[in-house]
Design a protein around this ligand. Structure first.
Ligand code: SF4
Ligand code: SF4
Length: 484
């Protein structure tokens, strides 16, 4: 609350954002995070360059309403697979959260990954934490302008490359590259390249921890999936408190400084360490929190504070683990880290694993046994049932054929269900690779057959030149006989 005059008080509903200058963390978890950065980015930037059967291996061709995933061609009718895939992803997230808390947030979420990359670029231009703080306090001049301008330029170029890659999943990469180079991108492509680029630049460059704190819904509900045995980043207050600077602890004989001799390490280890209040765990935190205040929803489990504190403990010759990946139960009951594995297979984890296995198996089975041809029968509403030569009754239909294989096929059409039913249109149809085709067909019924009104019949398509297992599909339809 601030006073503007004796009678008027201004109450701030939102605290102004405090700039976070995260120090670079080094250690085993930082290495894991960078491995995730490399892997996820290799997949994201690399996939559009891969080819399969003379086309882009992964392409979501919205115009043709076809999704290509290597040898698999999916149509809008196959959305059920996408729904199943989303359920698998959601269940996987629940499972990982129940077991390992927010490891997704800390290591593999695009927000974390891009922030890590953007912070690395920032360090190349502006230096480490203290140099960045100094730079921000300096008045504007050529040097500051060059550093800040260079950083933003590289951020923008990187973000543009990200936007371009994103759109390359929807427009074949060679076409997109040619249009970009000749400044002939279509309106939608231009919009999405710019939108995705600006989202990357804004989220990873400017907003950073604000996205995790205020925009991400997962941060809000993930705690409902936590239990006492979920892995969290935790500070061991029993060991760490009362915290005191290293000098005081050395004076008190609690910790022997690393500098003294390597032989001093066992003495410190016996003393049990204790927090030396160096604040390194706070300085490396990308969300600017102090893990010593307990579990907070802002914590994304990136373990940067674990690496920082481990490095401090190594330096003062105390055992690692004052800040560690552990569980609430282990902290409360002072359990050894080895005992965590025994609590892994608990009921909720087993339920998630069983559901995941079931849905994944069902998805795999249905995709393996997916028919390469889909058939829909549409009655030709313009041409009703009519009597033709020799008293025959004629009905017209349109067959919609969706051919998902990536090779040309010939199919033979036949019609069944009533005595004297014949096809009066060509019986053979040729389908181009991964194509949809409407085929008009005329069906005739010999005089005196069937009942007046609707009669159930079926169309059957059999592949003539199938080189593997025989391909055959059948679809029901109604044949109408006029009432006299
Ligand atoms: S408290 Fe530690 S684990 Fe949590 S976000 Fe900060 S650095 Fe990462
Ligand atoms: S890094 Fe470790 S020793 Fe330093 S303040 Fe944090 S918890 Fe204490």
């Amino acid at each position: 609350m601030s006073q503007t005059s004796p009678d008027v008080a201004v109450i701030r509903m939102y605290a102004p954002r405090e700039q976070i200058y995260a120090r670079e963390a080094r250690g085993r978890f930082a290495s894991w995070r960078w491995l995730c950065v490399w892997l996820t980015q290799a997949v994201f930037y690399g996939l559009p360059w891969l080819h399969w059967n003379g086309r882009q291996a992964v392409l979501f061709d919205l115009g043709a309403r076809k999704f290509y995933l290597w040898g698999l061609v999916l149509w809008p009718q196959d959305l059920i697979y996408l729904a199943a895939l989303l359920i698998v992803c959601a269940l996987s997230l629940f499972l990982f959260t129940a077991v390992a808390g927010r490891v997704w947030c800390g290591f593999a979420c695009p927000q974390t990954v891009y922030t890590e990359i953007f912070m690395w670029i920032e360090r190349q231009f502006e230096g480490e934490r203290s140099a960045r703080i100094r730079l921000d306090r300096q008045p504007w001049g050529y040097a500051k302008l060059a550093r800040k301008g260079g950083k933003h330029l590289v951020w923008l170029l990187f973000a543009l490359w990200t936007g371009f890659t994103f759109v390359a999943y929807f427009t074949p990469l060679p076409t997109l590259a040619a249009s970009s180079l000749s400044f002939a991108l279509g309106p939608w492509e231009s919009f999405w390249v710019l939108f995705y680029s600006l989202a990357t630049y804004g989220n990873a460059g400017w907003m950073r921890e604000q996205v995790c704190r205020y925009m991400c819904p997962y941060a809000r509900f993930q705690s409902s999936m936590f239990d006492q045995d979920t892995l969290i980043v935790s500070y061991d207050a029993r060991r760490g408190e009362p915290r005191a600077p290293l000098g005081k602890q050395v004076q008190a004989g609690k910790v022997t400084a690393h500098r003294e001799t390597a032989a001093a390490a066992p003495t410190a280890a016996q003393a049990g360490g204790g927090c030396i209040d160096c604040s390194l765990c706070v300085q490396v935190c990308p969300t600017g929190i102090d893990i010593r205040n307990g579990l907070q929803y802002d914590c994304i489990s990136c373990a940067a504070c674990v690496d920082a504190c481990d490095s401090v403990m190594d330096k003062i010759g105390a055992p690692r683990g004052l800040v560690a990946f552990t569980t609430s139960r282990a902290v409360q009951q002072q359990l050894a880290p080895q005992s965590l594995a025994s609590r892994l297979l608990r009921p909720r984890v087993l339920v998630y694993v069983a559901l995941l296995a079931l849905i994944t198996a069902a998805l795999g089975w249905t995709m393996l046994h997916r028919s390469p041809l889909k058939l829909d029968v549409i009655r030709d509403r313009g041409v009703m049932a009519r009597e033709v030569e020799q008293g025959q009754i004629e009905n017209s239909f349109r067959l919609q054929l969706m051919h998902v294989e990536e090779q040309t096929r010939r199919y033979r059409i036949s019609v069944h269900g009533l005595e004297g039913l014949t096809l009066a249109s060509p019986a053979e149809v040729r389908l181009e690779p991964a194509s949809t085709r409407f085929v008009p067909v005329t069906v005739r019924l010999a005089a005196g057959q069937g009942q007046p009104g609707a009669n159930r019949i079926s169309f059957r398509l059999v592949a003539i030149d199938a080189d593997g297992a025989p391909v055959q599909v059948e679809e029901k339809a109604m044949f109408f006989i006029p009432r006299s």
